[in-house]
Design a protein around this ligand. Sequence first.
Ligand code: HXC
Ligand code: NAP
Length: 266
Amino acid sequence: MAFDYTDRTVFVAGGTSGINLGVAQAFARAGARVSVLSRRQEKVDAAVASLRELGAEAAGFVADVRDYPAVEQALKDAHERFGAFDVLVSGAAGNFPAKATGMSANAFKSVVEIDLLGTYHVLRAAHPLMRKPGGAMINISAPQAFLPMNMQMHVCSAKAGVDMVTRVGALEWGGDGLRVNSVVPGPIADTEGMDRLAPTEDARRAVMDSVPLKRYGHSSEIADCCLWLGSAMAAYVTGAVIPVDGGWSLGGASTLGAGFERFAQS
Ligand code: HXC
Ligand code: NAP
């Protein structure tokens, strides 16, 4: 299915590597003007260059999603340059495998602040700058949002909150003509997230075994869902939490919780 985003404006927070960069590139290929934001200048520059190579008008912003004024300024600058956002994707996140008692209070807080507070910051600051009616906000969640996993108390807590931002946002902003949805990737190949959780070949095989479709997903499969959610084909879809995970969230991800512990110790 080809989507046409010509003359549309897209902003991807955390869009400079992995899944989120794949999402930004898919919108660029579909003709959108695309902005990305993350902490590191070199990643922002490389992401913008890749988007321009695809023929897109693109801009990059350096900010930490934990810093509300910096996020607000970046969104205002992108809005001034490219106009109201048709699609906003919020995907900045942090993760490392650690037992609840094996991390400091600051470690827990860091992940909650990046994932949950950061998502709130991005959506809160973007709200006045979205196209209304018709804009679509998409949060990148994780199966941890609804499946408890060993060594993931910080991420489970943060991503559960992210999905509530999605649902309450959908309730409060539906009347403004905005839709808010979560996409829940399963284990995605060649990403920082899975490299951290399943760093060895054995670990990767165990993860694949736990997925009903018996394989890792690809960033392009997450991007396809985002292209659909941002389009008129999803005009009546809001407040949804949509797994794109080969069936992993049916239970495999949770049974693997003990696996993360085993992998981390091996
Ligand atoms: C225990 C750890 C730790 C670890 C860091 N910390 N790594 N604790 N085990 N492996 C602790 C530090 O000691 C510190 O606590 C606190 O966390 C903050 O660390 P900093 O490095 O100072 O923080 P910061 O620079 O803000 O970095 C945040 C981060 C980092 C989350 C810790 O890893 C990061 O920037 N990650 C972004 C990239 C990423 O994680 N991508 C994967 C996303 S995948 P103290 O007490 O010492 O100060 C994902 C879900 C995947 O989100 C789902 C797959 C199914
Ligand atoms: P990734 O490559 O590490 O992507 C994270 C992005 O967020 C990077 O662009 C990073 O760039 C940025 N970022 C991190 N902390 C930030 C902060 N404080 N402020 C601003 N930007 C920040 O990870 P990924 O594995 O592709 O994961 C992407 C998303 O998918 C995350 O939301 C993750 O939870 C979700 N997810 C991933 C998987 C998977 O299989 N990988 C599965 C389920 C869900 P900088 O370092 O430059 O800031």
